[in-house]
Design a binder for this molecule. Sequence first.
Ligand code: HEM
Length: 141
Amino acid sequence: MSQSYDRGLIEDFSRWREFEAGMWAWIFHKFTGWVLIGYLFTHIAVLSTGIPASGAETAVLQAGTDVYTQTIVSLEQLLLVRILEVGLLAVAVFHMLNGTRLLLVDLGVGLESQDRSFYASLVLTGAITVASVPTFVAGAF
Ligand code: HEM
């Protein structure tokens, strides 16, 4: 037996109000997963590209310890970089916690408390992110 549902129009903005915990968990997991992929590619690109300070177009990792250290030190002096690092930590922590939760759900563990475990992932991510701020931002200068 098949049933049909009136799912309404996706263009209708009021549908955002219908989103429940599971939908947000799905969106956040997708978002954080793709941000991590984006970071990974950017990270590799930065490390394999020459920097002006060295004069020559040599990869940072091949140019030697001095150039590498100099690059990292000058990047870490920028407040924006520190803030982006906190954001990256938040994204990674959420993806790890929620991902572990999803793997447990796939194994049939905690099926009855999926909303609560999602909220726990959010709260724990928030707490770990806030706790990291002194290290990333205040400890910078
Ligand atoms: C402890 C570490 C991690 C855990 C436990 C984890 C867990 C998961 C799980 C369970 C899924 C599938 C979710 C589903 O059922 O739809 C997933 C999706 C994904 N993960 Fe991870 N992951 C981890 C680390 C990473 C890292 C380091 C990256 C990127 C560099 C990454 C990128 C992605 C992407 C792109 C997806 C697909 C998102 C989509 O649905 O489009 N994950 N992860």
